[in-house]
Write a protein that binds this ligand. Structure first.
Ligand SMILES: Cc1ncc(COP(=O)(O)O)c(C=O)c1O
Length: 389
């Protein structure tokens, strides 16, 4: 049984997602995918199965979600986890102790933490590389043979851009697996599998869910073989997304293209406004022509999304700004309909050593904005009063 796409993958993303899970239940015709709140399934007879045996292995609500995600991303198989970190953990378990992976130095603090506190002590060799290295791949030859390459683009929180095609061609010459964390843009705006990557990683707690109400993660594999390896690992280690959360994510996905359109439009308006504000030192948004990797970004993505960051001329004002915002919510996540403001140095990247943070540009006055779907002028007015002396 599957999510039943009678259009055989010929629909545009808006149509595919709007009807996600709407044709599964032939018996009742349920338009919303039912929530199968069940752990186990009755067998028709010895050696027989309905296709579902035990919910750790497979559950109908989760399966439909995974099939929709695999189709949307252009992959063979998606696997849904109870958090983005559980998805990252499963990806890293593909490697053996002693193997080397190249990892972009600029990445979500939690990913850095799992690499340094779990996988390095376990024996994985981790070599950090920069976005610039990917523009000059010959620089990477000094790292020798490697088994995997992991990157985020745009990066969290400084919105740097990595050249996905360059990363893929380098990795393929080593037979290495390339994984791209696509959390910031989603398959609506950037399609790493079409650019040759093997795997896409998500914190679907962010844009895919979109309402700040469901913690979850996803891996989407290009090939069925890699997808099966991941599904086996997941079934063995047990981090599966529950039926309720699978349903919430499926419901959120239905409006993803609409939400992203509004978030992106708002983000561009706000980025341009911040550019001319006297209290602001730098604005980081790949949709601005002045962004150093604007051209690379445009060559590999169809939009710049709803995330941006900026620094203040006077770092001492950071705490005051946070205490003055009224409409912007001071909180740690991103990608939801509500606009959030984050201070990465004290929140998302607090565990990253100070020297590394400074090297990456995560300074004391760097704010990250996750722009929601509110009215852009309301959001600007609130920032204006918070930035006033
Ligand atoms: C880019 C990115 N990847 C992965 C994660 C981890 O996801 P989760 O918080 O769902 O575990 C996050 C969380 O903020 C993130 O921003």
């Amino acid at each position: 049984m599957s999510f039943r796409d009678p259009f055989h993958n010929s629909l545009e993303i808006e149509s595919l997602l709007a009807q996600a899970g709407s044709r599964w239940d032939d018996r009742t015709g349920s338009i919303s995918m039912p929530i199968y709140q069940v752990t186990t399934f009755r067998h028709p007879g010895l050696g027989e199965s309905t296709g579902f045996d035990y919910s750790r292995t497979s559950n109908p609500t989760r399966q439909v979600l995974e099939e929709v995600l695999a189709t949307a991303e252009g992959g063979s198989k998606a696997v849904a986890f109870p958090s983005g970190m559980a998805a990252v953990d499963c990806f890293l378990r593909l490697f053996k102790p002693g193997e080397k992976i190249l990892v972009l130095e600029d990445l979500y603090g939690g990913t850095w933490r799992i690499l340094e506190s779990v996988f390095r002590p376990w024996g994985l060799q981790i070599q950090y590389i920069s976005c610039e290295d990917l523009e000059y791949p010959e620089r990477l030859s000094r790292h020798g043979q490697f088994a995997g390459l992991f990157l985020e683009t745009p990066t969290n929180p400084t919105l740097k851009i990595s050249n996905i095609a360059n990363a893929v061609s380098l990795a393929k010459s080593h037979g290495a697996i390339v994984a791209v964390d696509n959390t910031f843009l989603t398959f609506c705006l950037q399609r790493p599998l079409d650019l040759g990557a093997d795997l896409v990683v998500y914190s679907s707690s962010k844009y895919l869910g979109g309402h700040n109400d469901v913690l979850s993660g996803v891996l989407v594999a290009k090939t069925a073989e890699l997808g099966e390896r991941l599904a086996k690992l997941q079934n063995t280690t047990g981090a599966v997304l529950g039926p309720w959360d699978s349903w919430l994510l499926l419901r959120g996905l239905k409006t993803l293209p609409l939400r992203l359109k509004q978030q992106q439009q708002n983000a561009l308006t706000i980025a341009n406004w911040l550019l001319s504000h006297p209290a602001v030192a730098d604005v980081f948004y790949p949709g601005l022509p002045g962004h150093p990797s604007h051209a690379v970004h445009q060559s590999q993505a169809s939009g710049a999304g709803g995330m941006l960051s900026f620094t203040l001329r006077n770092p001492a004002k950071a705490a005051t700004v946070l205490s003055k915002v009224k409409l912007w919510l001071f909180a740690e996540s991103l990608g939801g309909v509500e606009s959030l403001i984050t201070l990465p140095v004290k929140q998302t990247h607090a565990d990253v050593p100070e020297a590394t943070r400074i090297h990456l540009g995560i300074v004391d006055s760097l704010f990250r904005l996750s722009v929601g779907i509110e009215n852009a002028q309301d959001l600007i007015q609130d920032l204006a009063q918070a930035l006033e002396d």
